[in-house]
Write a protein that binds this ligand. Structure first.
Ligand code: SF4
Ligand code: SF4
Length: 202
């Protein structure tokens, strides 16, 4: 049977999230809760759990355990101008590839970000937001700033993943201020989707 006929037979596979709870969450990409001092390689548990520093290495288990809460992002600035259509230009300034893979999943039938008017564009001139992944590598420094400058105002900057927010375990974060910070290593697709929706004022 062709993929087209198989699709018709199976019907719609897109989840009802965020109207309904996520169907199947990978626990070690959600909020951690617990108590006590642990040997955390990124000092994410110095003073409570800091989602921006956690690389989800599980070294703190069983003192700290995942709760299943996917809302581990922060939106400092949103823009309702983008409510009906929100075009994102992703840039990899030094990733391991993990953040890229989870981000790409948003275009799959399961998550289908286009139902919320969220799209990718491959030119910064057409973008509403710059989405940055990875630690700051020397070779991408100029490309990052040129992409930022090419995006017309108003624009948002989204930092995706622990590397982009805090440098994680590997290095230093990109030298750019984030309006939206999406924690995770890599972030869960549910977390990314909800953060993008809030960024465009949904
Ligand atoms: S999972 Fe790893 S990085 Fe995250 S808080 Fe626990 S020990 Fe630290
Ligand atoms: S945050 Fe984690 S998954 Fe994303 S680029 Fe860094 S190491 Fe890879």
């Amino acid at each position: 049977m062709s993929w087209f006929l198989k699709g018709i037979k199976r019907g719609i596979k897109t989840e009802k999230f965020p109207k309904e709870e996520p169907l199947d969450v990978a626990p070690w990409s959600t909020e951690l809760k617990g108590e006590g001092k642990v040997d955390c390689p990124t000092n994410a548990i110095d003073n409570g759990w800091e989602k921006e520093k956690c690389i989800f290495c599980r070294r703190c288990f069983p003192e700290y355990k995942p709760t299943g809460n996917v809302n581990i992002f922060g939106v400092e600035k949103n823009n309702t101008t983008f409510k009906r259509s929100f075009y994102i230009y992703p840039i990899d300034v030094g990733t391991c590839g993990g953040c890229n893979l989870e981000l790409k999943l948003l275009t799959s039938p399961q998550y289908d970000m286009s139902r919320f008017g969220i799209f990718f564009t491959n030119t910064p001139r057409h973008a509403d937001a710059l989405l940055v992944m990875g630690i700051m590598t020397e070779g991408m420094r100029e490309a990052l700033m040129r992409a930022y400058e090419a995006i017309p105002e108003p624009k948002l900057v989204i930092l995706l993943g622990t590397c982009a927010i805090s440098g994680g375990l590997l290095g230093l974060p990109p030298e750019i201020k984030g309006d939206v910070k999406i924690a995770g290593c890599p972030p869960n697709p549910y977390t990314i989707l909800k953060a993008l929706m809030e960024a465009k004022g949904d």
